[in-house]
Write a protein that binds this ligand. Structure first.
Ligand SMILES: *Cc1c(COP(=O)(O)O)cnc(C)c1O
Length: 367
């Protein structure tokens, strides 16, 4: 007779994980503070302030009655559409349930004991979570002005390094890297080290994006990750894609479950890719929002760094407390304590009305 329980047998690599803490759902906060969900505004997960691409909504309505059918596991139409957009072969694209799932495929393929990854301090935290889960060692280089120090990252690559993550623009800091810096960086990375360009905000980036597409065509150790969650407003559908060399993509396809991306997501994504107008409007609102927040924070003497994403990181002091106080007032923002930034909060750009609301609340609280 033994007293061991099944949970005592959870793999150690999993047992020691601290789950990712997402932005709190609107309904949860509304229930807690006794407001109607419509009165709560969520500026915590970098979702699109304009909602869903209207072309995607139309496509979803059209296809609602096909949902008894399994999706096409190979995402044939979406694959052709994305390949066409980027001028690559269909075999150079892989789809995931959000780009987060693609990050997991990278883990399955390239992480494990005896292998390391290189990340920047304050980079998107999922990279480190995956490394822990797969047993890879994490080599983290200090940030410079909250952004990636590419020279330090290149210098940190060891013989056992298999993946280097470049998050551009970076979440949660909003910092960005330019073509010239990236071009110099890739020259220094050995050809048997994968460079992942996580470009979740590329389509609406507020600063010029480097030419990652060209890089991926020229080098077989580069992977570009994109998502429909942010620019196209499809976060709830979970769909993203990666573009790389045919061999690399073939490897990343192996750990993929047969129906990982769903039928509704594939249909919506095909339609969303044609929604130039939605991207333009989204980007313009983000530019307007950035100008507004920068001006307000300057007046309030709250330090912030320039962002290229649809969110801004601001130093308010005691981020956890400020975030809690804001959510008590019906505005959900993101504390970034798990990133080692206890003094900051991250605010997603909302509509101008929502932006004004969060500033008004902050002003009241900080006075
Ligand atoms: C939002 C985000 C993602 C992933 O989003 P998915 O919804 O999983 O596609 C990936 N990387 C960064 C940096 C992000 O901000």
């Amino acid at each position: 007779m033994q007293n061991k329980k099944i949970v005592d047998w959870v793999n150690a690599s999993v047992g020691r994980l601290n789950p990712y803490q997402p932005g709190r759902p609107i309904e949860e906060v509304a229930r807690e503070i006794g407001l109607a969900p419509e009165q709560v505004c969520k500026l915590a997960s970098n979702e699109n302030a304009l909602g869903v691409s209207p072309l995607a909504v139309e496509a979803m309505r059209r296809h609602a009655e096909d949902m008894h059918l399994y999706p096409d596991g190979s995402a044939h139409y979406l694959r052709r559409k994305v390949a066409g957009e980027f001028g690559v072969e269909p075999g150079q694209v892989v789809f995931g349930a959000g780009s987060n799932e693609l990050l997991e495929f990278i883990g399955h393929c390239f992480m494990g004991p005896g292998r390391s990854i290189v990340v920047s301090q304050y980079a998107f935290v999922i990279y480190k979570l995956l490394a822990l889960m797969f047993g890879s060692e994490i080599v983290e280089t200090p940030a410079v002005e909250l952004g990636h120090d590419l020279d330090a990252m290149a210098a940190a690559v060891r013989p056992d390094t298999r993946v280097v993550f470049v998050c551009n623009p970076n979440n949660p800091t909003g910092t960005f890297l330019r073509e010239r810096e990236i071009a110099a960086f890739v020259e220094k990375i050995p050809s048997d080290v994968l460079i992942v360009f996580d470009e979740a905000y590329a389509e609406i980036a507020l600063e010029p994006m480097p030419d990652t597409r060209q890089r991926v065509l020229e080098r077989d150790n580069c992977l570009m990750l994109r998502t429909f969650s942010k620019a196209y407003g499809l976060a709830g559908l979970r769909i993203g894609f990666g573009i790389g060399s045919p061999d690399l993509i073939a490897a990343l396809e192996k750990p993929r479950q047969p129906f990982n991306t769903n039928r509704m997501a594939q249909e919506a994504a095909v339609a969303a890719l044609d929604d130039r107008d939605f991207l333009t409007r989204t980007r313009e609102l983000c530019l307007q929002s950035r100008a507004y927040f920068e001006e307000q924070f300057k007046k309030m003497e709250l330090p912030c760094v320039r962002t290229a994403g649809n969110f801004i990181l601001v130093q308010t002091g005691d981020g956890a407390k400020i975030a809690k106080q804001l959510s008590d007032r019906g505005v959900i923002v993101r504390p970034v304590v798990p990133y080692g930034l206890p003094e900051h909060i991250r605010i997603t750009f909302g509509t101008m009305e929502e932006n004004q609301r969060v500033i008004a609340e902050l002003r009241q609280m900080l006075n």
